[in-house]
Every structure is written in C-alpha cells, then in structure tokens.
Design a protein around this ligand. Structure first.
Ligand code: NAD
Ligand code: SER
Length: 320
C-alpha cells in the first residue's frame, strides 16, 4: 500500500475534495496528487493543474509521479450539461479516453470511473431499478456515462485495465457544494435551513430520487476499489443503494429541528430530468459482490448535515 501513487482528476469538486482528504489520511499526504482546472487553496499536499481533456498534461503528471491508480472524477454534471450538450459530450468523453489511454500506456494498475443514476431513462422500473435494464438516458450527461461504462468494460476486456465503477445516487454532504446537478437542491435545502432562510425548490415536492450521504459515497468508492479483483463481476458500473426520498420528506425531517423552515416549489427544466431517473435502486449486485451496505437513512443524513453545517456557519461567523 505504501507504494501507491494516486491521481485524482476533478479533485476540487463536491466529491473530489472529500475523497482527496480521505485518501490522504489512508495512504499518506505525499501519495495523493490532487488535480483540477484551477488550484484549490484548501488542499494540503500535492496539487497539479490538469485539464483532463489535454492528453499531454495528464500524461506528464502520470509519468512525473509514477501514478499507480487514478480516480477520474472530472466531468460536467447533468443540469449544467444540458446548457451546452456538445461541449459536455466532448469534455466528458475526451477526459475519460485520456485517462483510459494514459493508464493503459503507463501501467496504471487501477482506475475509478464514477457513473450515475443518470444512465437510466424512460422505460425502466422506477422503483428498485435493476442493474441492467435498457439504458436510454434523457441527458447528454447520462449518455456520456452510459458510453463511459461501456468503454470501462472494453478496456478491462481488451487490455486488462482494472477499471471499477459505481453509479452514484445524488450525493449529499456538508463539506462541499455540488457542481450543477439535478440533485443539488438537497444540499442547498440544508444550508438554507441552518441559515434560517426560506428555500425555493426546483423539483416538485413529490419527486423521489435515490440519494446517498457523502460518508457512504466515499466509503463505497474506496470499498469497490479495494475489493479483491475476483469479486468484481460488473465491469460497466455497479448500482449502489443509499436512501430514497423526496423534497417534502426532507422538509418534514428538517422541521423536526427547524419547525419554522419554509419551502416553496418552482419546478424548472431539472424536473424533466429527474422524471426519467429511478426513485430507488436495486443494489443487490454490489451487496453480493463486495458487501455494500449504506449506513445513512434520511433521518441520519438530516441530523449529521444540521450538526456539521451549524458548526461550519458558527465558525465562519467567528472568522468574520
Ligand atoms: P463537481 O462538478 O462538483 O466536480 C467536478 C470537478 O471536475 C470540478 O472541480 C471541475 O472543475 C472539474 N472539471 C471539469 N472539467 C474538467 C476538465 N476538463 N479537466 C479537469 N477537471 C475538470 O462534481 P462531483 O459532484 O464532485 O462529481 C464527481 C464525479 O462523480 C463526476 O464524474 C460526476 O459525474 C459523478 N457523480 C456525482 C454525483 C453527485 O451527486 N455529486 C452523482 C453521480 C455521479
Ligand atoms: N447528482 C448528479 C446530478 O444530478 C447525478 O449524477 O447530475
């Protein structure tokens, strides 16, 4: 384990900033190379500016540090992606190809590629959505994730590159802000509640989606990467279960602490995206193959978010 050198692309984002710290603790700060389009002033340790769509920039860093694993998080997410579909396809696919090719050429041992509940589309069972229905995503982001899953499988089958992947539900965490997805409302709602502000939700009250708490998402990422190779039977991407709920249920959960918290609903284009996504996920393959179990349900998420955001905002006020 001491010999691993791990590169994270998109490390400045919602998941990347938390994953970087977790991997630094696990492997040692000098073993983790965080990278993104811009420097992140919050990182301790090694940081490199890499535009993942630039093959040479990526290759230079992989060679410079003798990288053994890549966590490839850089991407444009679902809602932002719809604002510039062709650019989203170019960025998401080019960055993935570069990671796969550089890894193949320079003997990187393992690659993590995050997929998403956005791979699903119309004509699925929306409750307990199975691992392998027909995937007809409604967004360019979802199309890029389906293609990415198939390329991950191709690189494993053809070149033996050990690419592992999970389909994250919407990720909720207090540590970082989300970056332009359809599930961002959930994080925003907790921030508004703790600041005693009103919240306008861009999804309707009854829109149930699969969600996952940041701690569970990061743990799943590390667990799938550490699972024995023979236990990984899915080389496209694993469904993983978290918690499923809608905005109305979130409000009720928050109102146990903030009874005055008020939410209005003004669905926008993101409602149409959410309408094609599952309401809950069948994660039985991940459970059977590498023993995946989520720890956080809605009430646990609400308690932990409120506790940590209260702390965060009180510290910020002291700083002012
Ligand atoms: P984010 O938008 O918060 O972060 C993405 C990061 O990628 C940003 O810091 C951005 O600057 C960087 N980036 C964008 N283009 C880049 C490029 N060309 N080169 C280098 N960096 C670039 O996203 P996130 O929520 O942290 O998601 C991380 C990964 O997990 C993404 O692949 C996303 O599709 C996937 N995912 C996230 C969620 C979620 O709810 N957050 C759910 C499913 C899947
Ligand atoms: N949470 C992500 C999004 O909304 C799902 O991939 O885009």
């Amino acid at each position: 384990m001491e010999q691993e050198k791990i590169l994270i692309t998109g490390a400045g984002g919602q998941l990347g900033s938390v994953l970087t710290e977790k991997l630094q603790k696990k492997y040692g700060v000098s073993h983790i190379i965080a990278s993104d389009l811009k420097p992140n002033m919050y990182f301790n340790g090694c940081f490199e500016i890499i535009d993942a769509t630039n093959f040479d920039a990526l290759q230079t860093v992989v060679l410079k540090y003798n990288i053994t694993q890549v966590y490839h998080l850089a991407a444009i997410l679902s809602a932002n992606g719809e604002k510039a579909p062709l650019n989203t396809w170019n960025v998401n696919m080019k960055a993935l190809f570069n990671v796969l090719e550089v890894s193949r050429l320079h003997n990187v041992k393992k690659v993590f590629f995050p997929s998403s509940i956005a791979v699903f589309g119309d004509n699925i069972e929306r409750t307990n959505t199975p691992q392998s229905p027909n995937l007809t995503p409604s967004t360019v982001y979802g199309i890029s994730k389906v293609a990415g899953e198939n390329w991950a499988n191709y690189y494993f089958e053809k070149y033996g590159l050990d690419v592992r992947s999970i389909r994250y539900p919407g990720v909720i965490g207090y540590q970082s802000l989300p970056g332009g997805g359809t599930t961002d409302y959930a994080v925003d709602m907790y921030h508004k509640a703790v600041k005693n502000e009103k919240f306008e939700c861009f999804l309707s009250a009854s829109t149930t989606l699969p969600m996952i708490y940041m701690d569970d998402a990061i743990r799943a990422t590390i667990e799938v990467m550490e699972a024995p190779i023979e236990s990984i039977t899915i080389r496209t991407s694993y469904n993983i279960a978290g918690a499923s709920f809608n905005p109305e249920q979130m409000v009720a959960s928050i109102q146990k602490t903030y009874p005055e918290f008020q939410v209005t609903y003004k669905p926008d284009f993101r409602q149409n995206i959410a309408a094609t996504w599952p309401m809950s996920i069948n994660g039985s393959k991940a459970k059977n193959d590498w023993n995946w179990k989520p720890k956080y349900n809605l009430e646990d998420i609400t308690k932990d978010m409120i506790k940590n955001l209260k702390l965060k905002y009180s510290v910020e006020n002291i700083d002012l």
